[in-house]
Ligand binder design. Structure first.
Ligand code: URA
Length: 435
């Protein structure tokens, strides 16, 4: 389209008609060069939110996002694979998954984000490692992946810049929860980074932004269809986010838990999810077509210490202090420890992970706005899980904080996130399905 009128396109979408690929491209290009102001882009986003987006529109948004920046290109000989998680509480899976996958021969350009609100971000967990550098340009990320089999980095400014700017608008115009826009946002990054095999960990439950399997399936179908239309192999694993993953929530605590995993001290839930996701990456790439072989290989690189060595290798390559592997206190310490006590006797039926995430913001283990400073050492270790029997006053876990006044408040808030009743309750399934 040589010239176009943004109002006409907003009107068209508002009235329920579909936009053509060239119209979407013109709108997004116009926005990026300053010809379409924020208020018109916001109006289009709201029209997309209410009218929905068909697969062709979603693909066109994805393409325009990709075209707004640079792409990574890897040699055909590399098996480039990645994982995307829709985010949760205590989700440190990337910190285990990437070194395991790299130790097994996959190439993983792991580009992560920061935590916001109740959810944590892998980038913050990595930055708990003193000196660890997360900002690289495209060439730098490619070099890390080529030399070390993976990179653990933040998004480069030149990779899908349209998503960055449009996401910022969606965030403040209540237009995030639109499957087509979410798809374009996630898939453009994963396609532009050159991943040929993608596994999506789509989290469902109290700590996730997808409340149920029906809504998650709609998003999963859109993600898979869009990735496949760009030649990517996409597998979606639906996982349970009704309780925090593992025991640790908080940046340094989670990084330490991930290192413990790579030392062989795994926890049942993080192990089940890590193994399933890495297995699907290995199967998709053809390295280990059979799941049983993939799982055996994953366990071997953990047991032999090869995955831990891979982690050490990337910490050194990205200028972090590798001594953290032996001395977790280098990532941050806390002065105060406050037990989290069971408010009642019975069985744990529910855990409001979202409430736990928000409570932790008070001791700077998370942030409410991007400019908030984090206290890397702050967080909680919660060992009690759904289905566990407890007595009132039992210790469910511990809060670690540097704020003496906030620590007991946060411990009380976390305690009240546990729904305990007298009825017995079976532990919940961790993996809820696949697509
Ligand atoms: N994660 C993203 O990267 N984009 C979205 O739109 C939603 C979640």
């Amino acid at each position: 389209m040589s010239s176009f009128n943004p109002v006409e396109l907003i009107l068209k979408k508002r009235d329920g008609k579909s936009l053509a690929a060239d119209e979407i491209a013109a709108f997004i290009d116009g926005f990026m060069v300053g010809n379409v102001p924020d208020y018109q882009m916001s109006a289009l986003l709201m029209a997309c939110y209410f009218q929905g987006m068909n697969p062709a529109e979603t693909a066109a948004f994805t393409q325009s996002y990709i075209d707004s920046g640079e792409r990574m290109h890897f040699a055909d000989s590399l098996l480039v694979a990645d994982k995307h998680s829709t985010g949760g509480v205590g989700d440190k899976i990337s910190l285990m998954l990437a070194p395991i996958a790299a130790a097994l021969g996959l190439s993983v350009p792991m580009i992560s984000g920061r935590g916001l609100g109740h959810t944590g971000g892998t980038l913050d967990k990595l930055e708990a490692i003193p000196g660890f550098k997360t900002q690289y340009d495209i060439a730098g990320i490619q070099k890390l992946v080529e030399q070390h089999g993976y990179a653990l980095v933040g998004q480069s400014d030149t990779l899908v810049p349209a998503d960055k700017r449009i996401y910022a608008l969606r965030d403040v115009t209540a237009t995030v929860e639109c499957p087509g826009l979410i798809t374009a946002s996630i898939m453009s990054k994963k396609i532009a980074e050159g991943a040929r095999h993608l596994v999506i960990d789509l989290k469902i439950g109290s700590g996730a932004f997808m409340p149920n399997l029906r809504r998650a399936t709609e998003l999963a179908e859109s993600l898979k269809r869009t990735g496949e239309s760009f030649g990517q192999k996409v597998r979606v694993v639906f996982t349970n986010m009704n309780s925090p993953l593992g025991h640790a929530v908080g940046n340094a605590l989670e990084t330490a838990e991930a290192i413990e995993y790579l030392k062989g001290n795994t926890l049942p839930d993080t192990q089940a999810i890590t193994e399933r996701l890495v297995a699907r990456m290995l199967q998709s790439s053809g390295l280990f077509p059979q799941e049983a072989d993939a799982i055996a290989a994953i366990r071997e690189v953990v047991a032999s210490g090869k995955a831990l060595q891979k982690l050490e290798e990337i910490i050194i390559a990205q200028e972090g202090n590798p001594k953290v592997i032996e001395d977790y206190s280098l990532m941050g310490t806390t002065q105060y420890q406050q037990p989290v006590l069971a408010p009642a006797s019975g069985y744990i039926h529910t855990i409001d992970s979202r409430a736990i995430g928000y409570a932790l913001v008070r001791i700077k283990a998370g942030r409410m706005k991007m400019s908030d400073r984090l206290d890397y050492g702050a967080g909680t270790i919660l060992t009690a899980k759904i289905g566990d029997p407890v007595q009132a006053g039992d210790t469910l876990g511990t809060v670690y904080a540097n704020d003496a006044a906030e620590a007991p408040k946060v411990a009380a808030m976390i305690a009240s996130a546990y729904g305990i009743t007298e009825l017995e309750k079976a532990p919940e399934e961790l993996i809820l399905g696949e697509l």
